[in-house]
Write a protein that binds this ligand. Structure first.
Ligand code: RFL
Ligand code: PHB
Length: 400
């Protein structure tokens, strides 16, 4: 067994772990990251596409925002298609000049990985049997196996950035944890293709055949999603079948403009709302998908992960620089207010846009009436816009 020491041991090298590592490095705080899979595997996951201003600001604060500003596409609106008609939500107008940015999670992760490598910081990829210990006392540590060798990292704190299926939340004492969960009865089948996007902005579609989303990664790379039953398997969906079904859910104009091509990636993601309370267990802190999951309809997952990281980073800096534990003590409560607000929006937007298996016919009428109200009322447009671009960090009090 080899033993090393660091200040913060981070489990997971997804966006949460890498962003935390980079911010801590800038503040002179030492951290080691332990990751279960390879770097290529992490980059191969096609996930989020939309960044809120808080995430953009954090990438800048971490000193890794240059390529994002060059290549990211600023979007001032989204489109909603329902009842065969398209309506635009002008985010810029209804949310006081705020926008969102199209910049894929893969690119953000690559920027963080490159910066970490350039700074010579330690990331252990393909670590097996990672385990977290002693976080209920003053001397936590992490163990893992790499190339048949056992390793131990002694640390002051453990950051659980290891996603929904990670080891950190699973290691928290059951009596100290409460989990809230809703699993939706459908998934999203996603397809990535090197074809120009069908529209300049994203189109969220409520159709009789189910939800669809026209998204993008750049001016020449599209990302599309279709609501599919949970019983479907990705192997059963040929590219042709995907494009055909997408066409049926779009309007005439989009059908005509749609450029199809071979898929670069195709996968089905289940939809889930999930929150763990609290997010702190002694000297272990959960951040990102390790502590909560939202259905992707509101594009909130990565952005929530970024805010957790910001609060954890602020608290750790306060601890090391001012010897104050106040930020660490308030971490859970501070994160959970924002988390529940985003959970609420993502759940509401999911209900509004999807067909549920046992819906009565009247439900689709209710959805259309609500969408029509929202699109024609300044209050409705403000509601969508302010939630979509992300509520301010200092919004309101506790939630949930
Ligand atoms: P991740 O990305 O899951 O990374 C966790 C990392 O931990 C590793 N790990 C372990 N490492 C060591 N030991 C263990 N025992 C470990 N167990 C796990 C894993 O290998 C992994 O590398 O969590 P993180 O960093 O918190 O990041 C969260 C985001 O990935 C997630 O919230 C977003 O992708 C959600 N999401 C979206 N978020 C947005 O903000 N905007 C979007 O537009 C958006 N679109 C999406 C999405 C997620 C989707 N899927 C596939 C669920 C679209 C989709 C389809
Ligand atoms: C994506 O581009 O992957 C994406 C965009 C918006 C969402 C969800 C996913 O709401």
């Amino acid at each position: 067994m080899t033993t090393t020491r660091t200040q913060v041991a981070i489990v997971g090298a997804g966006p949460s772990g890498l962003l935390l590592g980079q911010l801590l490095h800038k503040a002179g705080i030492d951290a080691v990251i332990v990751e279960r899979v390879s770097g290529e595997h992490v980059l191969g996951r096609i996930r989020a596409g939309i960044l809120e201003q808080v995430s953009i600001d954090l990438m800048d604060e971490a000193g890794v925002g240059a390529r994002m500003h060059q290549e990211g596409l600023v979007h001032g609106g989204i489109e909603m298609l329902f009842g065969g008609q398209r309506h635009r939500v002008d985010l810029h107008k209804w949310r006081g000049g705020k926008n969102v940015m199209v910049y894929g999670q893969t690119e953000l992760t690559r920027d963080l990985m490159d910066a970490r490598q350039a700074a010579g910081l330690k990331t252990v990829y393909e670590a097996k049997h990672t385990a977290v210990h002693g976080f209920d006392g003053a001397k936590p540590y992490v163990t893992y196996e790499k190339d048949g060798q056992q390793h131990r990292i002694d640390c002051d704190f453990i950051a659980g950035c290891d996603g929904f299926h990670g080891v950190c939340r699973a290691s928290a004492p059951r009596a100290a944890i409460k989990e809230y969960e809703k699993v939706y009865p459908f998934g999203w089948l996603g397809l990535l293709a090197d074809t120009p996007p069908v529209s300049d902005e994203l189109i969220y579609v409520n159709s009789e055949r189910g939800f669809a989303l026209c998204s993008q990664r750049s001016r020449s790379r599209s990302r599309y999603y279709l609501q599919v039953p949970l019983t479907h398997h990705v192997e059963d969906w040929s590219d042709d079948a995907f494009w055909q079904e997408l066409r049926l859910r779009l309007d005439e104009e989009a059908r005509e403009k749609l450029v199809t091509g071979p898929s670069l990636e195709k996968s089905i993601a289940p939809l889930r709302s999930f929150v763990t309370e609290p997010l702190r267990f002694g000297r272990m802190f959960l951040a990102g998908d390790a502590g909560h999951i939202v259905p992707p309809t509101g594009a909130k997952g990565l952005n929530l992960a970024a805010t957790d990281v910001k609060y954890l980073y602020d608290a750790l800096v306060e601890f090391y620089q001012n010897k104050s534990e106040a930020g660490l003590d308030h971490y859970s409560q501070k994160c959970l207010g924002r988390i529940w607000r985003a959970e609420r929006f993502s759940w509401w937007f999911t209900q509004l846009m999807h067909r549920f298996p046992h819906d009565e016919q009247i439900t689709a009428k209710f959805q259309n009436a609500e969408l029509s109200y929202l699109m024609n009322s300044p209050a409705g447009l403000t509601t969508i816009a302010e939630n979509y671009v992300g509520l301010p960090l200092d919004f309101g009090g506790a939630a949930g």
